[in-house]
Design a protein around this ligand. Structure first.
Ligand SMILES: Nc1ncnc2c1ncn2[C@@H]1O[C@H](COP(=O)(O)OP(=O)(O)O)[C@@H](O)[C@H]1O
Ligand SMILES: CC(C)(COP(=O)(O)O)[C@@H](O)C(=O)NCCC(=O)O
Ligand SMILES: [K+]
Length: 256
């Protein structure tokens, strides 16, 4: 990697599967590391730090954290602060400049993904985050967060499929070679793949019908890779790191 000569921002996304720790130089994503959330909660983080991690941490001036796993938040903050003693802003400490039309709890990852989408792609978007859950979040024509859908992500579908059946075993999900599976593994793989692809297309179609206009379609989260070939052809935007991008924009906008 090129030498880091500038101040960096640190943006953290704690999801139910993965903690993403990303570095930005102003608006530009530099790189990230990911840790397993359950390992973090257990306090068991053997971390493969990238080559420049220590050098990069030393250059961090601003840091922010989005979390949908409260029991992991302070563990992650402690871990970072062991490397560099810096204030790490939580989302609730910063001004979020998008109106929210939603009752009660709203995932910070969904708020941050919508902010990242607004900054990079403007209004009228639906962000689908393919993680532990499969979430749909809508930013309407008036820059209002309108809510969306919460369903099950591919890796949790796989886990429930295998845990609740005696003859199905864990597999590695991938783009199917054939859709009519000819053995258990390929059938399970194509079934879960098309469940996710179908849910995404149908979910967005019904959201667009209800809102009454077309939306930009953006995919993010750990499962983006799994379905990227299918959705690139349909002109979806693939933006794997939208949540940490949103956290970084929040830091920049708040001038902290
Ligand atoms: N190509 C892939 N194939 C299978 N699993 C993947 C792939 N890429 C990422 N994952 C998995 O993505 C899952 C969830 O995505 P992530 O966005 O990290 O979820 P969350 O936001 O809920 O933490 C993780 O379980 C990770 O192991
Ligand atoms: C829906 C989620 C579980 C998704 O989490 P993830 O799959 O990214 O780990 C998370 O955004 C959350 O806990 N949300 C709170 C409820 C809501 O947004 O309505
Ligand atoms: K996520």
């Amino acid at each position: 990697m090129k030498d880091v000569n500038f101040d960096l921002n640190l943006a953290i996304d704690i999801g139910n599967s993965t903690v993403n720790i990303a570095f930005f130089e102003n608006k530009d994503f530099i790189n990230s590391i990911s840790l397993q959330t359950d390992q973090m909660i257990k306090g068991n983080f053997k971390i493969e730090k990238p080559k420049d991690f220590n050098k990069q941490i030393a250059k961090v001036e601003k840091a922010g954290i989005s979390s949908v796993v409260p029991e992991a938040t302070n563990k992650v903050i402690d871990f970072i602060q062991e490397q560099k003693n810096i204030k790490i802003y939580k989302i609730e400490e910063l001004d979020y400049n998008i109106k929210i039309d939603y009752e009660g709890l709203l995932g910070e990852d969904r708020m941050m993904a919508i902010l990242g989408a607004f900054k990079d792609y403007g209004i009228k978007n639906v962000v689908v985050d393919i993680g532990s859950a499969l979430t749909f979040s809508v930013l309407d024509k008036d820059k209002v967060f309108r809510g969306g859908m919460i369903a099950l992500g591919p890796f949790n579908i796989l886990r429930s499929s295998t845990q609740n059946t005696s003859q199905l075993e864990n597999i590695k999900l991938h783009k199917p070679v054939a859709n009519i599976g000819q053995n258990t593994e390929s059938s399970l793989n194509s079934g879960i793949y098309w469940m996710i692809v179908g849910a995404i297309e149908k979910g967005i179609e019904t959201i667009e019908n209800e809102i009454g206009y077309k939306l930009g379609k953006i995919l993010t989260g750990g499962g983006t890779d799994l379905v990227k070939d299918y959705f690139i052809e349909k002109n979806y935007i693939l933006d794997r790191y939208l949540v940490v991008k949103g956290v970084n924009y929040l830091l920049l906008d708040n001038g902290v």
